[in-house]
Each structure stands twice: as structure tokens, then as C-alpha cells.
Design a protein around this ligand. Structure first.
Ligand code: TYD
Ligand code: MG
Length: 490
């Protein structure tokens, strides 16, 4: 006789996934061996990886079945349709960061701190795309339809080409997209959507990875441009697995300081353009507005006391940008004085302080040194060295700077000032804003022959950093004696 035994239910297999880097382990441990972060392992039920396209679409229509031959294109043949046609998003700043407009079928990830304006940017972009005859579906997993619609209304988006919905179940998002067939799909945010087949919580590594895979298949298979919003971790990286950044075509980051109204949009990765472009926006009561002249904005609050303040002509991608660099030194009782820097590499400050001490005997080794790039900008170019050095010399020697001078040049360890690229673009931008004196590396001279006649001798060439204090002094004296009235206005 068969024994009736209550068979115990099979225990679901689980594994531990690092929520920072996505590494998986069979046992829990306090620290992830992959990324060395603590307390990031979370137990998740093991589910077989979903085949992208099982429910939605596959990357290519032809590769549905195993054994089917993928489509091959020989490059000497003409493409059937012009796939490189890009769409204007309504924001020139966003178009530039995307590499010249939105590519149909692209998969874009936008990351940024909470409340920085990601939803606002993409909703306004939806409005802009609609004006260019693009059909946009905006799906929010964070806000109700009413809230999204209200926000769109407040932002002045009234087009019939934009539809908003509230949904967080991935299967429903895919079927709604299949129904509506938009040109552009926006999912706000990837951390709130989930596939019901997976038991892991929304926002967990496996949910984010699988949902992103579904959306990628949708973008590539149906030629729908897909935007996803991603939350960021406390150290500023996009939350979720690293594979997320590998999957998408473009990773955009929206940054800004909560104390400033402006927002900076950068591309961290872009398969359709350069990654060093910068878009500048301003958050206003009626939404985000583009900033046409960012240099003017960054110099807006430049004070009248110009001790320790210099102007640097930076290059952000293809665009020149003027910014104010402030330096402050104060004697320190500490054996190891502080070197603090905001918006500029602290290691580079250490290097510059050592070079200035060696060649100018400023006594900085006994001083705390502070460097600040005004307006929350982050300067990574070594071309800022000369402007930082000028600000530090000015503050240490209690010398006021000439307010109409602009600097750029890289400083080497032997005290030489080295050539910079894009000198003419930088000078033209500075001239537009009324800067009429320039301190430039001498090695740039031969590349600027065309501009030189126009500049009328207002350029001071510098070869070694040791010349800088004398140059600053002469510039100040010349300008004070020639334009006393203008200077009083400061
Ligand atoms: P939001 O787009 O919701 O940010 P995110 O999606 O990145 O979390 O923007 C929220 C902030 O923007 C909020 O603090 C208020 C501000 N804001 C304005 O100042 N003006 C506006 O017109 C809008 C829509 C938002
Ligand atoms: Mg939001």
C-alpha cells in the first residue's frame, strides 16, 4: 500500500545579490567581494533569466527563433531607410548633449539626485518632441495620472501627441506601448517598475536588469526611442547594476547644486555623439529654461573686491565657458596645513602649491589653501592651472586683480606654462563678455596668428609661472591708470 506522506514544499532557491554592482553569491557575507561595499547583499529568489522578447519584442524581428539567420548588411549597399535622422527635442541644450538630436530607437538613461528636475526635463522634452510631430508616451510609476497631467498642464504642454499614464507593472507598460505605438516612450523611473514573474522587489538588481532588457528589446525591435529615469546612490552613481549603463546607448546625468537654480546636463556615455558636451538649464517657477549664455550667468555675481578671484576660459565639449575661480590662503598653525578645493581636483591644488612655492617662494607650505570654482561648476581641465595660480598669488600677496583679464594655461612641474587647445574659441567667448586682456601660454602664439592683429597687443604671453606676479601687477597698474572711471563702477 502506498504511503501517504505530506511532501514538504520545495524551498525556493535563493541567492544573494549585491545591490551596488550586481555580483551574486550563494552565501551571505557582510562585504561584497566584487565592489568591496558593506551591507549591500540582499537575498533574492533565483528565477531563470527571462528571454528578452518572450513577452515583448526581440532586438531584431528576424532573430525570434533559434536557428534563424540574423540579418546582415554589407556596407557598400545603401541603407533602405535613413536611420540617422534625428529629432529635435525642443531644447537645444539637450539636443547637443544627445549628439545633435534624438536618434529614433535609441535607449537613454537619465540619472540625477531626487528633486533635481529629471521628470520635469523629460516631460518638457515630450512637449518639445510633440511640436516636431513625435508621438510621446510618458509613463510614471511614481505619480498618478492626475499628478502627471497637472504637472504637464502647469508646464504648458497641451498637445494631443503627448499621453501620460501611471503604471509600474512592466507587462502592462509593454502592452500599452504596443497599443499606442508611440515614437518615444518615457519610463519614470526604472526603480519603480517591475515584472510580476520575478519575486524580487521593484528596484532590486534583478528587476532593474530584466525590466531594462525588456525596454531595450522594445527600443531596438520597434524603433521606439526609450528614455528611462534612474535614481542615484548616495555617492552619485546610478542605482542598480552596472550592466544597466552597458545596456543603454546613452547615459545622461542631471546635476546641480540645490542652492543654485541652474542645472547641468552631461552625457557620461553616448553611442551617438561626444560625451564631453554640457547643457545648462535654469529651474524656474514655470519649469526648466535653457541658459543661452552660461558664461554670463556664472560671472553674474562676481564681486567688486577682486582679491583672490580670477576668470578662467574653460572648454566644455565644443563650447567655451567662462567661470570665476577663487583662491584663499591663510596662515595655519598646523604641521600639515589644509588644502581644500571645490569644483577643482584637490591633487592638482597640492601640485600647484608645490610649484608656486618652489618658483615664487610664497610660503604656502605654512598656509591653509582653499580653491573654489564659483557656481557649483566642476573643472577638470589642467588649463585652469594658470587661473588658479593667479588667484592664489593675488590672495597671498594682498594684490587686487584686474577685473578685465582672462587666464588659461597648464602649469608643469618645472614651472613652465604649457599650450592649451581651442585658444581662439576661448578668447572669442571672453571678448564677447567684455574681457579685453588675456594672459596666455607663449607656446600658443603661433596658433593664434589670425586673432593677434585683432587683439591689439592686449595679450600677455607667459612662459614660466615665475613671471606671473609681475604680470598681475603690471596689468592692474595699466588698467587703473588708463580707466579710472570704469574701475570705480565696480
Ligand atoms: P522633479 O522634476 O520632480 O525632480 P525629479 O524628477 O528629479 O525628482 O522636480 C522637482 C523640483 O523641481 C521640485 O523641488 C520643484 C521644482 N520645480 C520648479 O521649481 N518649477 C517647476 O515648474 C517644476 C515642475 C518643478
Ligand atoms: Mg521624478
Amino acid at each position: 500500500m502506498k504511503k501517504l506522506v505530506n511532501e514538504p514544499m520545495a524551498k525556493a532557491k535563493t541567492h544573494f545579490v549585491c545591490q551596488e554592482c550586481g555580483s551574486t553569491y550563494s552565501k551571505w557575507s557582510g562585504q561584497c567581494r566584487g565592489c568591496h561595499q558593506w551591507n549591500t547583499l540582499v537575498e533574492e529568489t533565483l528565477t531563470p533569466t527571462l528571454k528578452s522578447g518572450a513577452r515583448g519584442w526581440s532586438v531584431s524581428e528576424d532573430s525570434h527563433q533559434p536557428g534563424s539567420r540574423p540579418k546582415v548588411h554589407r556596407l557598400d549597399r545603401k541603407l533602405e531607410q535613413a536611420n540617422d535622422q534625428r529629432h529635435r527635442t525642443g531644447f537645444q541644450e539637450l539636443d547637443r548633449v544627445l549628439g545633435g538630436g534624438l536618434v529614433p530607437g535609441s535607449f537613454v538613461l537619465l540619472g540625477g539626485d531626487p528633486g533635481i528636475g529629471k521628470s520635469t526635463l523629460l516631460l518638457q522634452m515630450a512637449g518639445g518632441l510633440a511640436k516636431n510631430k513625435q508621438h510621446v508616451l510618458y509613463i510614471s510609476g511614481e505619480e498618478s495620472v492626475h499628478q502627471s497631467a497637472l504637472r504637464a498642464q502647469r508646464l504648458g504642454i497641451t498637445s494631443s501627441q503627448v499621453e501620460v499614464a501611471s503604471e509600474s507593472l512592466m507587462e502592462n507598460i509593454l502592452s500599452l506601448t504596443k497599443d499606442i505605438r508611440p515614437d518615444v516612450l518615457i519610463v519614470d523611473s526604472i526603480q519603480t517598475v517591475y515584472l510580476s514573474e520575478l519575486t524580487a522587489a521593484p528596484g532590486s538588481v534583478s528587476q532593474v536588469r530584466e525590466c531594462a532588457a525588456q525596454l531595450m528589446a522594445l527600443a531596438k525591435g520597434q524603433n521606439i526611442a526609450v528614455f528611462i529615469i534612474g535614481h542615484v546612490t548616495k555617492d552619485g552613481n546610478i542605482a542598480g547594476p552596472k550592466t544597466l549603463a552597458h545596456m543603454v546607448d546613452t547615459v545622461l546625468s542631471f546635476e546641480g547644486d540645490s542652492s543654485y537654480q541652474f542645472r547641468l546636463l552631461r552625457a557620461q556615455k553616448n553611442r551617438f555623439g561626444a560625451t564631453n558636451e554640457l547643457g545648462v538649464f535654469q529651474m524656474k517657477t514655470e519649469g526648466l529654461a535653457e541658459v543661452d549664455n552660461p558664461s554670463e550667468m556664472f560671472l553674474e555675481e562676481r564681486g567688486s573686491d577682486l582679491m583672490g578671484s580670477s576668470v578662467f576660459a574653460a572648454m566644455e565639449g565644443s563650447r567655451p565657458l567662462l567661470c570665476e575661480i577663487q583662491g584663499l590662503t591663510s596662515s595655519s598653525p598646523m604641521a600639515m596645513p589644509r588644502r581644500t578645493s571645490l569644483g577643482f581636483d584637490t591633487n592638482r591644488v597640492h601640485l600647484l602649491v608645490a610649484v608656486l612655492d618652489k618658483h615664487l617662494d610664497l610660503g604656502l607650505s605654512k598656509c591653509d589653501v582653499f580653491v573654489n570654482v564659483v557656481g557649483g561648476l566642476k573643472i577638470t581641465e589642467p588649463a585652469a592651472d594658470l587661473a588658479v595660480a593667479a588667484a592664489l598669488i593675488s590672495t597671498t600677496n594682498f594684490q587686487e586683480m584686474d577685473g578685465q583679464t582672462c587666464f588659461f594655461g597648464e602649469i608643469g612641474l618645472t614651472g613652465e606654462v604649457r599650450r592649451c587647445q581651442f585658444a581662439d574659441e576661448r578668447i572669442k567667448e571672453a571678448e564677447k563678455l567684455g574681457f579685453n586682456h588675456f594672459v596666455l601660454p607663449e607656446s600658443n602664439k603661433k596658433h593664434l596668428t589670425k586673432l593677434l592683429s585683432k587683439l591689439n597687443g592686449n595679450v600677455v604671453w607667459i612662459k614660466r609661472v615665475a613671471q606671473l606676479p609681475a604680470i598681475l601687477k603690471s596689468l592692474r597698474q595699466n588698467n587703473t591708470s588708463t580707466k579710472p572711471k570704469e574701475r570705480d563702477l565696480f
